[in-house]
Design a protein around this ligand. Structure first.
Ligand code: XMP
Length: 512
């Protein structure tokens, strides 16, 4: 276990991910956690993250020098680097040499971290203060124009740090530097692999569930599928999956769950076809938040009814699987296991008389790890690499009231856009590409010899790391042309295809 101490940088999660990419397990803890508590977790190494503050502002989080007395290797990054320097008796000053963004770094010594890397390299910087004198015993191994001490190390004590951000992709050799610390300075073995994750989880799930019954709601998304597959591997037929088909899915998605997922896992599946129920509940509703509430409510009703049926058929169901991911755990303030968990949008708010204990096999995993575990478990690639799709589905991609006809139009247009983006090899560049039907807007067109009065659809391709911010993806014109031509030719009701070129913020990813 490597602990990443979060000094309030937006980079802590990224650091934790990069550590895991070096095949070493890591978790994030807040900088307010007392050192004794950190050490009680028996970490093999500790990484101090960057942070927004200057070490000199009032209430700036400090690093307790006791951290360095325990013989645990420590790596400081940016703010963590400065705070480490101060705690160990070095000097940090406001030199006026701020550096933000891409910066040229020169190696000045033959340390372990930068060993064998080019003498000059590009790194990503974001700092106002700089270390001006390293603590006693440290060798300075790199400098930049604004930071005379840009990297230092005391390998004998297992301590090292860098002013730049090794975790961001703009730092050319960042991952190598991080690996050098983990493997060469801290002496950690790369043992965090998909196979080990699966073995550990399977053991943990068996221990938790024993011989009891468990249910899992499948949404068609990656998280619930991988969580279910893990539980299935652990306890086999004690698991029953429930798939509520609300009729708001895209083309092929229900089949993917009902056919491909079952074939890949052998899971026991209960399908609830609730299309009519959802459409009836949504009739005449145009307001997006209203739609979300209705879809959420109907979903819970269906899931609850299915769970009651399972209970009525046999033994009591005591466990419910949820696909909670590590970022949700961190963001709800609970790195330590007892956190209040963000309720799953699909099954949150189950009634009190249906009491389940939660099984959360993805609680320690990042999304990319979930995908690799899914692949390793033999799930269909289409499902594992699926782009995010909102729980309320196409219901919030029809601007106007949701009807069966409108869903049919949107489903056909969406299928064409997805097929062409995939054919162009753009799936991994695009975070997601909502296709939105402006159902209450009509536009005049001409097709053949006749005037048409149809609907526009909007293409919303976005690139993003985490959906919190996003930019519109520069999809090549030829691909856009093919999509536009195919949609207007093949989907008679649509006579205009428009492209959304708004970043987030100010736009959200979805239109509703
Ligand atoms: P926005 O539109 O807020 O979307 O930029 C951010 C991400 O969240 C997804 N999204 C939802 N997911 N229920 C969900 O499960 C919802 O009501 C919902 N609304 C948006 C959206 O697809 C994007 O990935």
């Amino acid at each position: 276990l490597v602990l990443v101490v979060d000094y309030g940088a937006q980079y802590a999660q990224l650091i934790a991910r990069r550590v895991r990419e070096a095949h070493v397990y890591s978790e994030i803890v807040p900088s307010s956690m007392p050192v004794a508590q950190m050490l009680a977790r028996r970490p093999k190494a500790i990484i101090l993250s960057g942070g927004p503050s200057s070490v000199y502002v009032e209430h700036a989080p400090r690093t307790d020098p006791a951290l360095f007395d325990a013989g645990v290797p420590v790596f400081g990054i940016c703010y963590g680097f400065q705070s480490m320097a101060l705690a160990l008796g070095g000097e940090v000053a406001h030199t006026g040499g701020s550096e933000f963004g891409r910066t040229a770094l020169s190696a000045t010594g033959s340390g372990v971290l930068l060993h064998g890397l080019p003498q000059a390299q590009q790194v990503w910087m974001s700092h106002g203060d700089a270390v001006t004198r390293p603590p006693a015993g440290f060798v300075v191994t790199a400098a930049t124009a604004g930071a005379p001490v840009a990297a230092f190390e005391d390998v004998a004590r297992g301590l090292a740090g860098v002013q730049f951000h090794p975790e961001v992709l703009h730092t050319e050799h960042g991952q190598t530097v991080l690996r050098r610390f983990l493997h060469d300075v801290a002496g950690l073995r790369p043992s965090w692999t998909e196979a080990n994750i699966i073995d550990d989880q399977v053991d943990a799930i068996r221990a938790q569930i024993g011989g009891k019954q468990v249910v899992c709601g499948l949404s068609g998304g990656v998280d619930s599928a991988v969580a279910a597959a893990l539980v299935q591997r652990a306890v086999g037929d004690q698991l029953t999956c429930v798939f509520v088909d609300h009729g708001l899915l895209r083309e092929g998605e229900a089949e993917q769950v009902e056919r491909d997922f079952v074939a890949a896992t052998g899971v026991k599946l209960k399908v609830v076809d609730a299309t009519d129920q959802f459409l009836a509940a949504l009739a005449g509703v145009s307001d997006p938040e209203q739609k979300r509430k209705i879809i959420g409510r109907e979903f819970i009703r269906c899931f609850e009814a299915a769970a009651r049926e399972i209970v009525a058929e046999g033994e009591a169901v005591e466990f419910l699987v949820q696909g909670t991911l590590y970022p949700d755990v961190v963001e709800s303030g609970g790195g330590t296991g007892t956190a209040n968990i963000k309720s799953h949008h699909n099954v949150g708010g189950l009634p009190d008389d249906l009491q389940f204990a939660l099984v959360e096999p993805l609680r320690t995993l990042f999304k990319d790890e979930v995908r690799r575990v899914g692949e390793q478990l033999g799930l269909p690639a289409d499902m594992v690499w699926r782009q995010p799709f909102p729980g309320p589905g196409l219901g919030i991609r029809i601007v106007g009231a949701v009807t069966a006809d409108r869903l049919d139009i949107l489903r056909r247009a969406d299928a064409i856009a997805r097929a062409e983006l995939s054919a162009a090899g753009l799936d991994r560049d695009i975070w997601q590409c909502p296709v939105v039907l402006l159902a209450d807007v009509r536009s005049v067109g001409v097709q053949g010899d006749g005037r048409t009065y149809g609907h526009p659809v909007v293409l919303r391709p976005v690139s993003s790391e985490d959906a919190m911010t996003a930019d519109w993806t520069r999809v090549p014109y030829e691909v856009l042309e093919t999509i536009s031509t195919r949609i207007t030719n093949e989907v008679r009701e649509v006579n205009r295809v428009v492209l959304d070129v708004t970043s987030k913020p100010p736009g959200t990813i979805e239109w509703e």
